[in-house]
Design a binder for this molecule. Sequence first.
Ligand code: PEP
Length: 248
Amino acid sequence: MRKPFMAANWKMNKTSRETEEFINTFIPLVRDISDVDILIAPTFISLETASRLLKSSNVLLGAQNVYHEESGAYTGEISPDMLIAAGCSHVIIGHSERREYFSETDEVVNRKIKLARSKGLEVILCIGESLEERESNRTFDVLSGQLSGSLADLSLDGITIAYEPIWAIGTGKTATDEQANETHAFIREWLGKHRENADRVRIQYGGSVKPENIEGLMSQPEIDGALVGGASLKPDSFAKIAAGASGK
Ligand code: PEP
């Protein structure tokens, strides 16, 4: 049995004050959901505020990115130790926006995951194809390449995969439930061929998830949760999404 895992990726949204307002409203809404792991990933600058407010709640804290060196002359970067000291248990690595706007390659993603895991952070690894890659029937090749590059020399311990078709992120277009499930099944099959314990890995779907479509997605056997952007910015919306995974 894989426990559903719902994660909020706030991207570059919310000040520390807005983070505080969100959390104070959100915690009571999800207090009784014990069969779903729920995580919030605010910006770096709000992590300590969030950590203080989430203490003794059932909501986990994650960061949206991390650097692949431990310390030193890397202006503007944040290390795994800093994230842990700020209260994070998780970090999102390899989001398509990092890959596109900050030129992160699978090799960089792999270095980040290795260092994060060596420090004990759990990782949400994002992979996904573009519209052009899907339309030219290259989805499975692209995903295989991202998995083998990002996971090189790594076990699956402490890793969640977020399958996020780039064409569905922030666009309002969602993969159909069946399309998403088929791709998740492919990812699990790839993991099973190349690593141990693939059946234990949680695979989240990401791409315009909202309260209206979460139940259909979660009814699919290979979908273990969601990584949610836009619809995680309002407490009632993200609480409904988390509740939509309860009972799976
Ligand atoms: C994301 O960026 O991880 C994401 C899935 O965004 P949205 O839910 O807004 O499509």
